[in-house]
Write a protein that binds this ligand. Structure first.
Ligand SMILES: Nc1ncnc2c1ncn2[C@@H]1O[C@H](COP(=O)(O)OP(=O)(O)OP(=O)(O)O)[C@@H](O)[C@H]1O
Ligand SMILES: O=C(O)c1ccc[n+]([C@@H]2O[C@H](COP(=O)([O-])O)[C@@H](O)[C@H]2O)c1
Length: 205
């Protein structure tokens, strides 16, 4: 099987996460897409809702699509191991006969190329990546400019231009909830209702 691993804080999950996952699943002929919410323990970003709430919203969002599955690998990871390198190692052990691809936007490729990720060099050397165009970032240039990326570029970066530069960010949605905006329809209705019911993102700055 060809399995995509779509990592994100999903704080909250948006319609663009779902649409990009669906497009990548189709274009790259994947059999399955794992939605991998980050753990609140990650040190590089502070998350605005609990692991349980973000996980619950992912479950609601993907419940009716058999191509999509939740992975709790990172949320269940011991402290210090909630980073992509360790997660991919564990997932490869879990799916020893399958081909795994870490799915990400071009902004993430830039970050990895800068060398700021935990075990970034090993992560790149040992995995395959599906990279989606974003924000006018030149993906080929991003690879050629970074020694870390270009020296591993043996076909492991599968670049996709989705065809539409659709931008809905989780932070925009959080801002709208906290500042009296109306983000309905930027995310699945079930997640919108969950956020209203649980009064999430009321105090987001
Ligand atoms: N519109 C998009 N086009 C391409 N990739 C995207 C898009 N939105 C998100 N991604 C990718 O999805 C992954 C998860 O992104 P993330 O959840 O941080 O997005 P976000 O909505 O921008 O969140 P936040 O606003 O909290 O930073 C990343 O790899 C990111 O590059
Ligand atoms: O492993 C790392 O060092 C690392 C650093 C930053 C981000 N990531 C992963 O990249 C994915 C998208 O992250 P983000 O910041 O867009 O939510 C998510 O799966 C994170 O765990 C991973």
């Amino acid at each position: 099987m060809r399995i995509g691993v779509y990592g994100s804080s999903f704080d909250p999950i948006t319609n663009v996460h779902l649409w990009t996952a669906s497009t990548i699943h189709h274009r790259k002929k994947l059999d399955k897409m794992l939605f991998l919410p980050s753990s609140k323990e990650r040190r590089d970003k502070s998350l605005m809702s609990t692991d349980e709430d973000r996980m619950e919203m992912v479950k609601l969002a993907i419940s009716e699509d058999p191509r999509f599955e939740l992975s709790t690998e990172e949320i269940d990871a011991p402290i210090g191991e909630q980073y992509t390198y360790f997660t991919m190692q564990k997932l490869k052990k879990k799916f020893p006969n399958d081909e795994l691809f870490f799915v990400m936007g071009a902004d993430i490729l830039v970050n990895i190329g800068h060398g700021s990720w935990v075990q970034g060099e090993k992560l790149v050397a040992e995995n395959q990546f599906i990279v989606m165009a974003r924000d006018g970032i030149d993906m080929l240039k991003t690879i050629s400019k970074s020694p870390l990326l270009r020296n591993a570029d043996d076909g492991r970066f599968h670049l996709v231009d989705k065809g539409l530069a659709m931008e809905i960010s989780s932070s925009y949605i959080r801002e709208e909830f906290s500042r009296g905006g109306e983000p309905r329809y930027l995310l699945p209705e079930s997640c919108y209702q969950y956020i209203m019911q649980h009064k999430l993102y009321r105090e987001y700055e």
